[in-house]
Design a protein around this ligand. Structure first.
Ligand code: CDP
Ligand code: MG
Length: 148
């Protein structure tokens, strides 16, 4: 693979609560991405402030933290060719009104804040965000056995 990447994906509280998780994961799997780490957790304010550090102080920040801590989320690491950009394309634009047909946000997001999924936006942020949620022993990339 020319550019094998890992990226952090979160299935946000809105999508998790509406039972869209399986449909969303299916979209990533159909595109050929491998799940190399996954967990169910509930964010607290501290974790949200680390993950969304660049948004602290913005007008929507308090609402964002309230939303992200409101119900469980699924965190996962996806691996694949050009995963960072391709997963963001599958997710679609931040606001579902602007998101392309067939994207996860178009299908499952209800607003620009409650928008179903998160994905890392750069190699630097992918590396940073993956290690907020997972330690090395929880990332099974080297141990992946494709189905025979
Ligand atoms: O998630 P994405 O990278 O597409 O967007 P962002 O601009 O990095 O914003 C992070 C998240 O903050 C969004 O996904 C929204 O959940 C939330 N947000 C919001 O509620 N209102 C805004 N005006 C901008 C972002
Ligand atoms: Mg972002």
């Amino acid at each position: 693979m020319a550019n094998l990447e890992k990226t952090l994906v979160l299935i946000k509280p809105d999508a998790f609560s509406k039972h869209y998780s399986g449909d969303i994961i299916k979209i990533y799997e159909k595109e050929g991405f491998r799940i190399v780490a996954m967990k169910l957790l509930k964010m607290d304010e501290r974790l949200a402030s680390i993950h969304y550090a660049e948004h602290i102080g913005r007008p929507y920040y308090e609402d964002l933290v309230g939303f992200m801590t409101s119900a469980p989320i699924i965190a996962m690491v996806l691996e694949g060719e050009d995963a960072i950009a391709r997963v963001r394309t599958l997710n679609g634009k931040t606001n579902p009104v602007e998101a392309a047909e067939g994207t996860i946000r178009k299908l499952y997001a209800s607003s620009g804040s409650r928008n179903a999924v998160h994905a890392s936006d750069s190699p630097e942020n992918a590396e940073r965000e993956i290690h907020i949620f997972f330690n090395e022993t929880e990332i099974l990339d080297g141990k992946y056995q494709p189905k025979a």
